[in-house]
Design a protein around this ligand. Structure first.
Ligand SMILES: NC(=O)c1ccc[n+]([C@@H]2O[C@H](COP(=O)([O-])OP(=O)(O)OC[C@H]3O[C@@H](n4cnc5c(N)ncnc54)[C@H](OP(=O)(O)O)[C@@H]3O)[C@@H](O)[C@H]2O)c1
Length: 255
């Protein structure tokens, strides 16, 4: 990504301590932006911090934390150009086995946390008359696989919120961009809530998170509405749309 593309841009990235968020923070910083990196793990954020990356420890499920994140950004830089709503985690369990408390906690982070961060930056972006909200969904925003129901539900909800918000913001100068990664090689799978079972099944090698980060920056430059990443992800989205029964059969056999 050419450095001048994001020079002077102020970018908040949530879930920046590891994986896709970390690489996205680094990629924006390398492309000339000033990044505000948010996540709970202060030690990991400190390692990331530098002249172009300000670390602000934040739990996106807490009103006060998110308020402080945006206030700190505005106090220091006076604007917010891009919010990357990336923080999230998964649960790998059947619908029947899923514990309600885990399902609730997942929604608190993946959906309500994203909503909270979005609401916190919108007044400033409206005042500026410009901005970009990048929501990190998943291929599981368009199709649901066995033992991923709650996670898929949260990512379908992120897609629905993105669609509504995009229409609500028409004419304001604020873009809403949904990026839907496929399998990416990050600590996501170790961090997943599981009730037994392997960390991951499937022989396909994941993308490096820096590749997802590049796709996020590209989506911002091109002002995309939606992007589905990885070849299996694109194939899955195609099958869901045109051959849903065949997709169900394939997923049932693979699980
Ligand atoms: N990996 C994949 O295959 C894949 C595929 C499709 C979509 N995605 C999506 O990509 C996003 C990033 O995932 P990843 O793969 O990079 O996994 P990851 O390495 O586990 O990163 C998740 C990030 O979310 C942060 N986080 C979790 N709860 C938080 C909270 N309450 N407040 C603030 N930050 C919180 C974590 O930091 P702390 O623990 O420090 O808070 C971490 O930085 C997620 O939304 C995930 O659903 C991943």
């Amino acid at each position: 990504m050419k450095a001048q593309k994001f020079t002077g841009k102020i970018v908040i990235v949530t879930g920046a301590s590891t994986g896709i968020g970390r690489e996205t923070a680094l990629a924006f910083a390398a492309a000339g932006a000033q990044v505000v990196a948010a996540a709970r793990n202060a030690a990991q954020l400190r390692e990331l911090a530098g002249p172009r990356i300000l670390a602000v420890p934040t739990d996106i499920t807490r009103d006060d934390d998110v308020r402080r994140l945006v206030e700190t950004t505005l106090a220091k830089f006076d604007r917010v150009d891009i919010l990357v709503n990336n923080a999230g985690f998964g649960i790998r369990a059947s619908v029947e086995d899923t514990q309600f408390a885990d399902a609730h906690r997942l929604m608190e982070v993946n959906f309500f946390g994203l909503l909270r961060c979005t609401q916190a930056v919108l007044p400033q972006m409206k005042k500026q008359g410009s901005g970009q909200i990048v929501n990190v969904g998943s291929v599981l925003s368009v199709l649901a696989t066995p033992r991923n129901s709650i996670y898929s539900a949260s990512k379908f909800a992120v897609r629905a919120l993105s669609d509504s918000l995009r229409i609500e913001l028409r004419g304001t100068g604020i873009d809403v961009i949904l990026v839907m990664p496929g399998y990416t090689d990050t600590p996501f799978f170790e961090n997943q809530v599981r009730y037994g079972g392997p960390v991951r099944i499937g022989p396909i090698k994941g993308w490096h998170p820096s590749k997802v980060a590049r796709a996020i920056l590209r989506a911002c430059v091109r002002r995309k509405r939606e992007v589905v990443l990885t070849a299996p992800g694109k194939l899955g989205a195609f099958l869901k749309r045109w051959c849903p029964r065949f997709l169900d059969w394939t997923l049932a056999r693979a699980s």
